[in-house]
Structure formats: structure tokens, C-alpha cells
Design a protein around this ligand. Structure first.
Ligand code: CTP
Ligand code: MG
Length: 229
């Protein structure tokens, strides 16, 4: 395949506060990472790079084999870095073959529907990055200390999700620019845009929410319970 997905799973999950790194925490009988990989292998075939925490490469390999079945030749595990950006960079270095489109996806968005992965991959063209985004529903305020200093027009805002998709060559170029500048960005779209490259958005999906806190893990468990036969 000419599309690859880098699944960043190398974080520790400080805010979740579990005993294991977040990717290896069970939602039901299956871990966060396993659910993320099940979604990916239900999408169109693509190369799959799992970026694991140091010391957990073997565990990640086992999850990858279980999810991939007879498509294990599409997958590879590499070790992540201190920051998410460094973990993505490690994933980029591990690509092989004639990949032209790269998706970057948080393992923590474990219940992301396969259709969203396909929609992002399909929307990437030679010059443009693509992110899934949802409208912001909260009423937002600009604050200064405890003072509320003004409203924010939420119609011009959107909440970004993953997977985020990019032409491989331009993403590699943008990562090189960021590394030279010593800049850290909150997501790949911000890093890509900082290199003066254009990004568009497609409709996100509620189910692509990120498991960050214990309440998010509960939400994932409820969604799986509700979906069970
Ligand atoms: N991630 C990574 N390498 C890092 C940090 C984060 O691969 N050094 C990954 C996480 O595994 C996760 C995704 O980036 O899938 C989004 O990060 P986040 O939700 O912040 O996860 P953690 O950093 O693990 O959680 P926390 O910030 O609460 O410690
Ligand atoms: Mg983090």
C-alpha cells in the first residue's frame, strides 16, 4: 500500500493514572492499543507503524500480531521518544517502501471508526494536509486571571482529532523544519502549518475522542457495553 499510519502509543498516561502505560490499559478484555489497531485493520489496507514506550516493544508487537492476523507483514513496532513529536518522528524514520500518504493517529483515540480513517486518507492530496474536526459546542470565554474579559466566537473554532493525514514528502520536510527550529507543536497539523503548508478539515466523529482521564475510560467502556450484542 502507498498509505501508512503511524500509531503513537509511547506516552505514559499521567492523567489516566493507571498502573501501566495508557496504550496497555484494558478497556474491556482488549487494551487501548488493541482497540485502536482493530479499527485500523478494519480500514483500507495500509502500512502500520506502532510507536511504543521504551521497554514495551514486545507487548506492542503482541498486540499488533493479534490485530493484524495474516496481514502482519504490514506492521512494524518502533520505540518512541520523550514527546509526542519525537515519537511521530521515530515513526516517520521507520516507514519503508513507496509510501506517499502518511496518517498520524493517537492510540488513545481507541474507538475511532474505520470509516473516519478512510475518509482522512481519501481526502489527502499531493499538497494538502487533512484533519478530522468537530464543531465546538461549549460557550467559550476569554479570561485574564479571574476576570472574564470577553466572548469567543465559536463558529470560527473547531476541535481537532486524529488521524491527521499528509503527503509524506511534505510532512517529512515539515518535521525537518521543526527539528531545526527546536519547536514543539501540539499536533501534526500545527507543525505542518508552521512550515507554511496548507491544511483542510473533514467532519470528525464523536467516537474518535481521546481517552485522557478516568472519566474518558469509563465513557469508552460504556460505548463498548452499549455496542455489545
Ligand atoms: N504519545 C507518544 N509519545 C509521547 C507522548 C505521547 O507516543 N512521548 C502518544 C500517546 O501514547 C497518545 C498520544 O500521543 O496515544 C496522545 O497523547 P496523550 O493523550 O497526551 O497521552 P499521554 O502523553 O500518554 O498522556 P498524559 O499526557 O496524560 O501523560
Ligand atoms: Mg501527553
Amino acid at each position: 500500500p502507498t498509505t501508512a499510519i503511524i500509531v503513537v502509543a509511547a506516552g505514559s498516561g499521567t492523567r489516566l493514572g493507571a498502573d501501566a502505560p495508557k496504550a496497555f490499559v484494558g478497556i474491556d478484555a482488549r487494551s487501548v492499543l488493541r482497540h485502536a489497531l482493530d479499527g485500523i485493520f478494519a480500514a483500507a489496507p495500509m502500512q502500520v507503524i506502532v510507536v511504543a514506550p521504551a521497554g514495551f516493544e514486545g507487548d506492542a508487537e503482541a498486540e499488533l500480531r493479534a490485530a493484524a492476523g495474516d496481514r502482519h507483514e504490514l506492521g512494524r513496532v518502533v520505540t518512541g521518544g520523550e514527546t509526542r513529536q519525537q515519537s511521530v518522528a521515530a515513526g516517520l524514520r521507520a516507514l519503508w517502501g513507496d509510501v506517499t500518504t502518511v496518517l498520524v493517529h493517537d492510540a488513545a483515540r481507541a474507538l475511532t471508526p474505520p470509516a473516519l480513517i478512510d475518509a482522512v486518507a481519501d481526502a489527502v492530496d499531493a499538497g494538502t494536509g487533512v484533519i478530522p474536526a468537530l464543531p465546538v459546542v461549549d460557550t467559550l470565554k476569554r479570561v485574564d486571571g479571574d476576570a472574564v474579559v470577553g466572548p469567543v466566537d465559536r463558529s470560527e473554532l473547531a476541535a481537532a482529532q486524529t488521524p491527521q493525514g499528509f503527503p509524506r514528502a511534505l510532512l517529512e520536510q515539515a518535521y525537518a523544519v521543526a527539528a531545526d527550529a527546536g519547536e514543539e507543536y501540539t499536533d501534526d497539523a500545527a507543525l505542518f502549518a508552521a512550515a507554511d503548508l496548507p491544511v483542510r478539515h473533514v467532519a470528525g466523529d464523536e467516537r474518535a475522542f481521546k481517552i485522557t482521564t478516568p472519566a474518558d475510560l469509563d465513557r469508552a467502556r460504556r460505548l463498548l457495553d452499549a455496542a455489545a450484542p
